[in-house]
Design a protein around this ligand. Structure first.
Ligand SMILES: Cc1cc2nc3c(=O)[nH]c(=O)nc-3n(C[C@H](O)[C@H](O)[C@H](O)COP(=O)(O)O)c2cc1C
Length: 166
């Protein structure tokens, strides 16, 4: 395990968001993970923040609401296409996705949520702000394309408290 600055792999994170997605990991009674294709690393309040958009219908939504923390695991060289597809189309309500995809959960160092051993890059995050999308504030074309039916995102702003390679 090697700690790295939060901003060392920004380009790789954006590339992976556009080509398959990242794993957003949470822990409730059991570990869960879901694929995200949006979000990213920003600066707010002089802190490095990973913003993740999670629709209210996701099992993950309730888990983050309860725990107030999450991790993001990013494949760098690894081919995780099949697992990203599975974790982006099935719910933790119905499946143990770690078991189904042979993913190994490793406890986070500073949060209870796990990271995925099979990925090389990890961010551990504590939620410092959240924002439910306000439908009236949204561009009409985007609303039509992405929110019919109206399953809006909550944006979770997670302060990055650890970033490392495994
Ligand atoms: C490539 C890809 C990107 C996705 N991005 C997001 C996202 O950014 N936000 C979101 O709420 N759902 C996103 N999803 C859908 C969730 O991953 C999917 O609904 C998942 O089954 C939710 O799992 P859960 O119910 O265990 O939380 C994406 C799916 C795929 C395949």
């Amino acid at each position: 395990m090697k700690h790295v600055p939060y901003n060392e792999y920004l380009v790789e994170v954006i590339q992976q968001l556009r080509q398959g997605g990242l794993f957003l990991n949470t822990k409730g009674e059991k570990n869960n993970t879901m694929t995200i294709g949006w979000g990213g690393i920003n600066i707010y309040w002089s802190k490095p923040i990973f913003v993740v958009p999670v629709r209210k219908s996701r099992y993950t939504h309730g888990l983050i609401e309860k725990a107030g923390e999450f991790t993001v695991s990013v494949p760098l060289k690894e081919d995780m296409e099949k697992a990203l597809e599975f974790c982006g189309t099935t719910s933790g309500r119905d499946f143990n996705k770690f078991k189904e995809c042979n993913l190994t959960p490793v406890p986070g160092q500073k949060v209870n949520a796990p990271i995925i051993k099979e990925c090389s890059l990890h961010y551990e995050c504590k939620v410092v702000y959240k924002q439910d999308m306000v439908p009236d504030n949204l561009d009409a074309e985007i609303a039509k394309e992405y929110y019919s039916p109206p399953d809006y995102h909550t944006l979770y702003f997670g302060e990055i408290v650890a970033c490392y390679l495994t």
